[in-house]
Write a protein that binds this ligand. Structure first.
Ligand code: NAP
Length: 146
């Protein structure tokens, strides 16, 4: 328990929440892409960025889960700017399509959070023939980022 509550040089500890860490920050005018924002850490990241005024683009492969998360964010923060866009990290074609659609919106990109990932999946190849976990968690983020 001590390890989780001990504060580091930043003034935060392992148990600090995203809300605590961003308290007082004004993110208006910033745009963030959060991959895997349809659940878990990605959804919480999207929620707190939106709470701080950041325009959040939720990049998700499941549009209906993404819409549900967006709805819950808007319920809490009615003024939030949140878009849901399709992105499947097992496919380079999907990444290129996402990037092209994002560019066509003429938004700045201030924050890119490459959060989406899978763990310990059975052996399978991505749509581009790369081992699925390596493709999703590592390889394809280079394509998205650059
Ligand atoms: N939680 C932990 O303790 C922990 C520890 C170490 C590292 N991490 C890493 O932190 C990140 C988030 O973890 P989490 O616990 O929030 O996991 P999670 O709840 O399983 O969320 C993972 C997210 O990634 C998305 N995703 C998976 N494959 C994708 C693909 N091919 N294309 C687009 N999106 C895809 C999932 O979308 P779907 O909803 O469509 O599946 C989901 O939204 C992951 O990268 C994970 O490896 C987590």
């Amino acid at each position: 328990m001590w390890l989780f509550s001990r504060k580091g040089a930043s003034g935060f500890s392992w148990s600090s929440t995203a809300e605590e860490v961003t308290e007082g920050l004004d993110g208006s005018g910033l745009t963030a892409i959060v991959t895997g924002a349809s659940s878990g850490i990605g959804a919480e990241t999207a929620r707190v960025l939106a709470l701080r005024g950041v325009h959040v683009v939720m990049a998700v492969r499941n549009l209906s889960s993404g819409a549900t998360v967006k709805e819950s964010i808007l319920k809490e923060v009615p003024s939030a700017k949140v878009d849901v866009m399709e992105l499947d990290l097992t496919s380079m074609e999907s990444v290129k399509k996402f990037a092209s659609e994002f560019k066509s919106r003429s938004l700045p990109l201030n924050i890119l959070i490459n959060n989406a990932g899978v763990m310990a999946t059975p052996f399978e190849l991505s749509k581009d023939g790369i081992e699925l976990q390596f493709a999703t968690n590592h390889a394809i983020f280079f394509l998205l980022t650059f």
